[in-house]
Design a protein around this ligand. Structure first.
Ligand code: PXG
Length: 292
């Protein structure tokens, strides 16, 4: 496996980061999780825009332009001869001293891992997930903006642990006011009487790339009304359908939340249609890896 790190492709064993890197010492950095399907990188420009916006949010200068970063991703995929892949793009503050001050870090580091994609079990899509609401809240815009996809995922990790310990796979995270933000690594949607609703970014949701694609498909292909709105757990319990979206999971039906059955307890009809539409979109669109 070849890893891209600061301008070079190196073997996995040689891909190393310093113990003085503030990405490690403080979670000071940003990242993206991207997928390639059948030789095409899905929504690459959108992922790069989000990465650069996350970096701007924390005053971190990405050491390459968007164009160069795009080229580095393609180069890494080619070096590993991948057609279907999960790509992890990371920018850290770089090496500094033991203090917090990022001014002591002269140069940010960038690395790209492109690996084979580990698919989730098919039952997850045919049977649906169960969720709980966790006690760990999503952080608020008066601390770190939840729109910044930073290297500090401890909140979400704590929420994930709580879900696993409760015997379910995923957790709903509320914001400080008690409205739903999203899940630990996925956005949440509910469907009620032909309206598809998802929390806005100002409720604490990350502006998911999959979320954006699904909103477009729901509007244009399924002719649903789509809107961003505040949701409380009550609105999920009483929804006709519920599902999650994310790069790794794609579109996953939710059938139970906090021990309430959603709809008839099976993946919703429109959710299944969206899964199909999304799979079609990912197989047909994206930035080609092997063509010029
Ligand atoms: N919310 C959060 C907090 C995320 O981290 C999403 C939503 C979905 O966004 P996209 O753009 O992927 O549709 C994410 C995605 C994981 C994992 O293992 C998930 C993410 C990052 C790293 C790991 O589930 N992020």
């Amino acid at each position: 496996m070849k890893i891209y790190i600061d301008g070079k492709l190196v073997e996995k064993e040689d891909a190393r980061i310093s113990v003085f890197d503030h990405g490690l010492l403080y979670g000071d950095g940003v990242f993206e999780g991207i997928r390639a399907y059948n030789g095409r990188v899905f929504r690459l420009r959108e992922h790069l825009d989000r990465l650069f916006n996350s970096a701007k949010g924390i005053m971190l200068e990405v050491p390459m332009s968007k164009k160069e970063t795009e080229a580095a991703i393609i180069e890494t995929l080619r070096a590993n001869r991948l057609k279907d892949a999960y790509i992890r793009l990371v920018v850290t503050r770089g090496v500094g001293d033991l203090g917090l001050d990022p001014e002591k870090c002269p140069k940010a580091s960038i690395f790209i891992i492109a690996d084979k994609i580990k698919l989730y079990p098919e039952e997850m899509y045919t049977q649906g997930l169960e969720l709980i609401t966790t006690s760990t809240r999503r952080f608020t815009p008066n601390s770190l903006s939840p729109c910044v996809k930073s290297l500090n995922y401890l909140n979400n990790i704590m929420a994930k642990m709580e879900a696993k310990r409760a015997g379910v796979q995923e957790a709903i995270m509320l914001n400080a006011e008690g409205y739903i933000a999203e899940c630990t690594g996925d956005n949440l949607f509910v469907l009620k009487e032909n309206a598809l609703i998802t929390p806005p970014t100002w409720a604490g949701a990350l502006e998911g790339i999959t979320r954006g694609a699904v909103m477009e498909l729901a509007k244009n292909k399924l002719k649903l009304l789509v809107r961003e709105d505040m949701l409380a757990t009550y609105h999920v319990y009483t929804a006709d359908e519920c599902f999650l979206t994310g790069t790794a999971a794609e579109v996953v039906p939710v059938v139970r939340v906090d021990e309430r059955v959603i709809g008839d307890g099976r993946p919703g009809k429109l959710t299944l249609k969206l899964i199909k539409e999304f799979r079609e979109l990912t197989s047909l669109t994206g930035v080609p890896i092997y063509e010029k």
